[in-house]
Write a protein that binds this ligand. Structure first.
Ligand SMILES: Cc1cc2nc3c(=O)[nH]c(=O)nc-3n(C[C@H](O)[C@H](O)[C@H](O)COP(=O)(O)O)c2cc1C
Length: 431
């Protein structure tokens, strides 16, 4: 069996509006119902977790203005996904809820306390997707002039995580004794100061939050650079990867296994999920036609790609000639994303690249049954742990994935039909 997640790529933001199947997307994205509907559908079809993206700025690199982003609602506005998590938690029983948090901006104590509280509220189903964040704009919102250099922010993240874990661990699981006879609520000898003093962070501790059901909420990670992978090796329970094709997927999983072994960790203790965006139809032809229209729409919208790449790299792509290949440049942003983009360019012009610009690891087009068969084969070949759906969050896609694809996977016996455990980590480790 393998695991399934769904990446809510626009965060707690505008998921879909002004499209045929958006419904009331323009006004309901900031209310909980859409996400509750999605969580119910994911839960009835056996998903491991919903992972919610986040960033904290309105991108204005492209053309030096917020115009393109706000006109199209591409990546902004965006509300705080931490506030959505408890609503999803009380509306579900089994689904993992993973929310993105930037190590560079969250004070460790604040995140340790918030995430442990959410782990209680969800009864052990909470996780954090730890990113270092990439944009100067976000850094400026938190009082910096520009973002820390790429590898430095991972070095800082490492120390940050060490402290957060120490704070999570500050209460021993049996510190709360609740002895009504002797009148003792908690045994103070089982609550420990962190007394942490690192190069970048300092905190006394302990947390005031009692040990949560998972004690350490699940840690998810997505960085593809050398520094990102080293961070994942040390801390992650699950990593999400945008690889390119089966060979690259295989290589990514083998690399992670080797790194975990070298670090003295069980390679099965970190689950690697690969990003996919299946295009589903009632027939193969219908799905192919749908795919053709998606590629056509991408070609017509070169600006979307240019704006996305401007955000990821911090370079203004509006200054490049779209009918010429991508010039070389260095970035302090999403380094591995840009490197991957440059590699896949292969001499193509930016306009030509717009049609192919996608982060999916393998292209999946077909009926729920044929796509389920392909996913099973690929997973077997790759030796990976599962997939992360990256499709747009709108009810038609939710139904296609959760009521079409997932049941087809369940019929093949490759994804769960029921949850064996209570907590997210236990369910991740179950197979
Ligand atoms: C599936 C996926 C989800 C991601 N989600 C976020 C996110 O929510 N916020 C963010 O700042 N970066 C996000 N990233 C970017 C990564 O954290 C990372 O910066 C990027 O993959 C480049 O890797 P590097 O920073 O190690 O160079 C995501 C990447 C992937 C592949």
């Amino acid at each position: 069996m393998f695991h399934m997640g769904w990446f809510v790529g626009y965060g707690f933001g505008v998921q879909s509006w002004n499209q045929t199947w958006s419904g009331a997307g323009g006004v309901e994205w900031y209310k909980p119902d859409l996400y509750i509907d999605m969580a119910h559908a994911m839960e009835r079809s056996g998903f491991d977790y919903m992972m919610i993206e986040d960033s904290s700025c309105i991108p204005d690199i492209f053309g030096g203005s917020m115009e393109s982003v706000l006109r199209n609602a591409h990546g902004a506005p965006k509300h705080d996904p931490m506030a959505l998590a408890p609503i999803l938690a009380v509306n579900t029983k089994h689904l993992g809820i993973v929310v993105t948090a930037a190590t560079s901006f969250y004070p460790p104590y604040l995140l340790a306390r918030l995430s442990a509280t959410l782990d209680h509220l969800s009864e052990g189903r909470f996780g954090v997707n730890l990113v270092t964040a990439s944009s100067d704009r976000a850094a400026q919102n938190y009082g910096l002039d520009k973002h820390y250099e790429h590898d430095l922010r991972y070095e800082m993240a490492d120390e940050w995580a060490e402290l957060v874990v120490k704070l999570w661990d500050s209460w021993e699981p049996d510190a709360v004794v609740l002895d009504e006879k002797s009148g003792v609520f908690a045994d103070h000898t089982k609550v420990h100061y962190a007394n942490f003093e690192g190069k970048y962070y300092k905190s006394r501790g302990p947390l005031q939050v009692i040990a949560s059901p998972q004690r350490r909420p699940v840690i998810c990670q997505a960085g593809g650079s050398e520094a990102g992978k080293a961070f994942a090796t040390r801390w992650a329970d699950t990593v999400v990867a945008a690889a390119r094709g089966v060979d690259h997927m295989k290589q990514a999983r083998a690399d992670m296994t080797a790194r975990l072994l070298a670090a003295g960790r069980d390679p099965n203790s970190c689950k690697m999920l690969f990003l996919i965006m299946p295009v589903l139809g009632e027939t193969k032809d219908e799905a192919m036609e749908k795919r053709r229209r998606i590629v056509e729409a991408r070609k017509q919208d070169v600006e979307f790609m240019l704006q996305t790449m401007s955000y990821a790299s911090g370079q203004d792509f509006s200054k490049y000639d779209v009918d010429k290949p991508l010039p070389e440049f260095d970035t302090n942003g999403h380094r591995s994303t840009i490197a991957d983009f440059a590699r896949s360019a292969n001499g193509k012009t930016l306009r030509e690249m717009a049609a192919f610009r996608t982060m999916e690891s393998i292209e999946l087009v077909g009926t729920p049954d044929s796509v389920a068969a392909e996913m099973s084969e690929v997973m077997q070949e790759v030796g990976g742990d599962g997939f992360l759906i990256g499709n747009a969050v709108e009810r038609r896609q939710i139904a296609e994935i959760c009521d079409g694809l997932m049941p087809a996977l369940q019929r093949r016996g490759v994804v769960r039909t029921e949850y064996a455990h209570k907590t997210l980590r236990e369910n991740l480790l179950a197979f």
